[in-house]
Ligand binder design. Structure first.
Ligand code: DAH
Length: 369
């Protein structure tokens, strides 16, 4: 029954309404007392095992449980009381539910952990740490040695134009030496290509830097080669360049002697053979005594006792001119070496393809280096 304001017109009706109201209030009073008592029971509850937690659930939260039953009283509550009674009921419901969750976790966790003791002194699961790639190790070693001679590192782009990769290096469009450095073209007019050597950095530095220049240029280079155990379509080089007044071939030889001794040890022998590069004049190739057979002759050095490790020479006057440097006043030396070759020798690797296959079993072997 809903009591509306002003409904009972006469005093008899009013009395009746008051009587009903009082009856409700008393009933609600009783329910609130019950809620209070149940709340105390819930607070005091501690589940001994899975069975007692299930009984708790049925008693309070089941379909015919106490929470549902008290919720059912809501319909008898006078409108003005509904809000506050509803809040009390909700709080009661939440109390029962959270108690149930907490006790359940305790009971289940306790069962799972029977006999289990956490040993915080055990070592953790190690996070695998990577290691440097053998090509990086070798490149860094080369750089370190030249840094001791005051060379600084310069880097250039891998995607290059014809001028910086060929023409400025005295390799005209129809120069036969271009054949040995066939590469991958991204466009032909204008010619944009993947650089075939790090010599492009020489040109860029000479064009833009103040003299004297003493740089070392590490980087990746590309050639249109058939991939095999000995050659790849990309590899790494480190190139050196020194341009100043009065730089001579003697400076070149002394610099490279120092490098070789630092890199391969005091007892290594060195020889220079005359060679040809369009960008240097005179040009030479430098060999070192084979480190595997100590010069006796083996399969790696093709029974010669010598291994070719770099090309070098005095910077061609045309190259200096192309970069706006007066060849009457300045001279310079340059050299270039592959990084993979000495890495193969140093680590006894027989197939160059291993460097780029990304097989972690191969790479892991260098973790202690
Ligand atoms: N750029 C040459 C090559 O890739 C290597 C080289 C030889 C670089 C002689 C030089 C040099 O700077 O002087 O085969």
């Amino acid at each position: 029954m809903i009591i509306k304001e002003g409904q009972p017109k006469n005093s008899e009706g009013l009395n009746e309404a008051h009587a009903i109201m009082n009856q409700y209030l008393r009933a609600m009073e009783a329910i609130l007392q019950q809620i209070e008592a149940y709340s105390q029971e819930i607070n005091a509850f501690a589940a001994a095992d899975a069975d007692s937690i299930e009984q708790f659930r049925i008693r309070f939260l089941g379909v015919k449980g106490i929470v549902k039953a008290i919720m059912g009283e809501m319909k008898n509550v006078p409108n003005e009381q509904k809000k506050s009674f509803g809040q009390t009921l909700n709080a009661f419901k939440m109390l029962a539910e959270s108690k149930y969750e907490v006790e359940k976790v305790k009971v289940e966790g306790g069962e799972k952990n029977t006999g289990f003791k956490l040993d915080i002194s055990l070592p953790g699961t190690p996070a695998p740490s990577g290691s440097r790639h053998p090509v990086t190790l070798m490149r860094n070693r080369i750089i370190e040695i030249f840094e001791r001679l005051s060379f600084t590192v310069a880097e250039g782009p891998e995607i290059e134009d014809d001028w910086h990769n060929f023409t400025a290096l005295n390799l005209d469009e129809n120069h036969p030496a271009r054949d040995m450095q066939d590469t991958f073209y991204l466009s032909t007019d204008p010619a944009i290509l993947l650089r075939t050597h790090t010599s492009n950095t020489q040109i860029r530095e000479m064009e833009s830097r103040e003299l004297p220049i003493r740089i070392i240029c590490p980087g990746r280079v590309y050639r249109n080669e058939t991939i095999s155990a000995r050659s790849h379509c990309f590899f790494h080089q480190v190139e050196g360049l020194y341009v100043d007044e009065n730089v001579s071939f003697a400076d070149l030889k002394q610099t490279l002697y120092y490098f070789v001794k630092e890199m391969f040890g005091e007892d290594v022998k060195v020889r220079f053979r005359p060679s040809y590069f369009p960008f240097t004049e005179p040009s030479a190739e430098m060999d070192i005594s084979c480190q595997l057979c100590k010069g006796e002759g083996c399969a790696v050095c093709k029974r010669t006792g010598w291994l070719e490790i770099l090309g070098c020479g005095m910077v061609h006057p045309n190259v200096l001119k192309n970069c706006g440097i007066d060849p009457e006043k300045y001279t310079g030396f340059a050299f270039g070496m592959g990084v993979e070759r000495p890495a193969l020798l140093k680590y006894g690797i027989t197939d160059i393809r291993l460097f780029s296959e990304n097989d972690v079993r191969f790479l892991e072997q260098f973790s202690g280096v």
